[in-house]
Design a binder for this molecule. Structure first.
Ligand SMILES: [Zn+2]
Length: 125
């Protein structure tokens, strides 16, 4: 029987993956932890949404945790003028993806986080 799942979605970059692994390994939720790794994560919203739509029912997804991270190479072309501008862009992409998921599947629990260079994890409301 398939267990209920938590989907953890983030960027493919190594340090982001490591931070996500550390975060998820501390959760004692009884859920299967399913990774969706896409370059840029929430920046590539449609690719991410496509993956979610595909696995939502067969893998009994109950919760989604979205991760964006500082210094993401998928954002390089944006040439952020400062850390605040970068943080705002990450927050916007996280909020827009959360809203897109909630619009399609209102019952799903969705949380969003930013991984910082100082290895902090900030929850975005
Ligand atoms: Zn990245």
């Amino acid at each position: 029987m398939t267990k209920n799942s938590l989907v953890v979605a983030g960027c493919v970059e190594e340090w982001a993956q490591k931070s996500i692994n550390d975060f998820v390994s501390k959760r004692k939720d009884g859920l299967a932890h399913i990774r969706v790794s896409i370059f840029g994560g929430v920046k590539n919203r449609e690719v991410l949404m496509g993956q979610l739509r595909a696995i939502l029912t067969p893998l009994k997804v109950k919760e989604v945790n979205l991760f964006a991270h500082e210094d993401c190479q998928a954002y390089v072309a944006r040439k952020f003028s400062g850390n605040d501008v970068e943080k705002e862009a990450l927050e916007n992409d996280l909020r827009n993806t959360t809203a897109a998921i909630m619009a399609e599947t209102p019952k799903l629990k969705v949380k969003a986080f930013i991984l910082t260079k100082k290895q902090m994890i900030l929850e975005v409301e």
